[in-house]
Design a protein around this ligand. Structure first.
Ligand SMILES: NC(=O)c1ccc[n+]([C@@H]2O[C@H](COP(=O)([O-])OP(=O)(O)OC[C@H]3O[C@@H](n4cnc5c(N)ncnc54)[C@H](OP(=O)(O)O)[C@@H]3O)[C@@H](O)[C@H]2O)c1
Length: 341
C-alpha cells in the first residue's frame, strides 16, 4: 500500500495521544500527517523523527483542506457530528471514537477480533464507528463463548475508570484525592455527577425516565449490533470508580446449554487477544499487556450449570478506543477500502 495521508482529530486528548504512539509503532506508512485539536497553541508532537505542529480544527476554512485518506476522530460527539461529514465528503475513510454515528445503519460498528466480517466493502457513509470502551472488552471476552454455547442472557456490572471521560477525568480524580488527603473537601465535581475521589458512583451518562443510564443503553445497543443479535438479552449497571485507567466488569452469562469450566478455560485461553487467569484475577492497576482483554474469576454457577461468572478487565484507552481504531484502519487497508470514493 502507498504511504497514506492521515489526520488525527483530538490529537492532544487521552485517546489521541495513545493513538499517535500506536500508529508510530505500526507498519502503516504515513505520507502526510496532520494533528488537530481545539486550538493550536504551541503544541507539537514527535512522530517517526519528525516534529508536527498541532493545528486548530476550526481554522480549516476550505473544505478541500479536509482531504485525507484516513481521518481518526477522538474529540467528542459534537465535533464528530459537525466535521466528520466534511472529511468523508472529501474521500476520507473516517474512524470515529465518539457516540455520534455508532447506531446508524450505514455505519459499521467494528471490533476487528469479533465482527471484521461486517467491514467487507467501503461504507457509503465513509464512516466506521468504534464502539464504546466498556462494550469492546465485553464482546471480545464473550465472542468464543457465544459461538460455542449460544446465549440466553448477559447481566453485568461495570467498574469504570476516571480516564473514560478523558484527561480532565484523571486530573479531577488526582486533585480530589490530593485535596481529601490534605483535609479539604476538594474541587466541585465537573466530569462526574459527584466527586469521584474515595467514592463509587452508580451513574455514567444521563439517566432516562425509565432509569437506565446512557452508558448502560450503549452497552445493550452496541453489543446487539456487533453480534448481529437484535434481541440479545443484556442488562448492565455502569459504575464509575476511583481508578485512573482500566475498566473492570463483573459479567454473568446464561447460555443455552450447560457449560463445563474446563471447556470455557480452553476457549478463552485460545482466543487471540484474551489473557486467561485460570487461577487468580487481573486488576486494573496492575494490568499486563494493554492490548489484551484480561479475564479471571471464571466460575460456573453452582446453582445453575448454564450460568457462568467472569471478571473482565481491559485498558479503556487502548483496547477501548485507540487500539481498536488502529486495528480498524489496518483492516480497512488490508481490504483495500482506502482511497475509493
Ligand atoms: N477515554 C476513553 O477511555 C474513551 C474510550 C472510548 C471512546 N472515547 C471517546 O473518544 C473521544 C475522545 O476522548 P478522550 O478521552 O481522548 O477525551 P479528552 O482527553 O478530553 O480529549 C479530547 C480531545 O478533543 C479535542 N477537542 C475538544 N474540542 C475540540 C474542538 N472543538 N475541535 C477540535 N478538537 C477538539 C481536545 O483538544 P484540546 O486539547 O485542544 O482541548 C482533545 O484533543 C470522545 O468522543 C470519547 O467519548 C474515549
Amino acid at each position: 500500500m502507498r504511504p497514506l495521508d492521515i489526520s488525527i482529530v483530538g490529537a492532544t486528548g487521552a485517546v489521541g495521544t495513545a493513538l499517535i504512539k500506536l500508529l508510530e509503532k505500526s507498519e502503516i506508512k504515513v505520507n502526510r500527517l496532520r494533528m488537530f485539536a481545539s486550538s493550536s497553541g504551541a503544541r507539537q508532537f514527535k512522530f517517526r523523527d519528525q516534529t508536527y505542529q498541532v493545528e486548530a480544527l476550526r481554522d480549516i476554512s476550505d473544505i478541500g483542506d479536509t482531504k485525507t485518506d484516513i481521518a481518526f476522530f477522538s474529540a467528542g460527539g459534537d465535533v464528530s457530528g459537525v466535521w466528520i461529514p466534511r472529511f468523508a465528503s472529501q474521500g476520507a475513510l473516517v474512524i470515529d471514537n465518539s457516540n455520534a454515528f455508532r447506531m446508524r445503519p450505514d455505519v459499521p460498528l467494528i471490533v476487528p477480533q469479533v465482527n471484521a466480517c461486517s467491514l467487507t466493502v467501503r461504507p457509503p457513509s465513509g464512516i466506521v464507528a468504534n464502539p464504546n470502551c466498556s462494550t469492546i472488552q465485553l464482546v471480545r471476552a464473550l465472542r468464543p463463548l457465544i459461538a460455542t454455547f449460544g446465549i440466553s442472557q448477559v447481566l453485568l456490572t461495570t467498574f469504570q475508570a476516571a480516564s473514560g471521560v478523558g484527561l480532565r477525568g484523571i486530573k479531577e480524580l488526582e486533585d480530589g484525592v490530593k485535596a481529601w488527603l490534605e483535609g479539604s473537601t476538594g474541587p466541585a465535581a465537573e466530569s462526574f455527577p459527584v466527586p469521584l475521589a474515595f467514592n463509587v458512583i452508580p451513574q455514567i451518562g444521563q439517566i432516562s425516565r425509565e432509569g437506565v443510564a446512557l452508558e448502560e443503553r450503549k452497552l445493550v445497543q452496541e453489543s446487539r449490533k456487533i453480534f448481529g443479535m437484535p434481541h440479545l438479552q443484556l442488562a448492565a449497571t455502569c459504575v464509575r470508580v476511583p481508578v485512573k485507567t482500566g475498566h473492570s466488569e463483573a459479567v454473568y452469562v446464561e447460555f443455552d446449554e450447560h457449560v463445563r469450566l474446563e471447556q470455557v478455560h480452553e476457549l478463552l485461553a485460545n482466543e487471540p487477544g484474551v489473557r486467561l487467569y485460570a487461577d487468580g484475577y487481573p486488576t486494573p492497576r496492575y494490568l499486563g499487556d494493554p492490548a489484551d482483554v484480561h479475564v479471571g474469576r471464571v466460575r460456573v454457577n453452582p446453582e445453575n450449570p448454564r450460568g457462568l461468572w467472569m471478571w473482565v478487565v481491559a485498558d479503556n484507552v487502548q483496547v477501548g478506543a485507540a487500539l481498536n481504531a488502529l486495528l480498524i484502519a489496518q483492516l480497512a487497508i488490508a481490504k483495500n477500502l482506502i482511497g475509493e470514493s
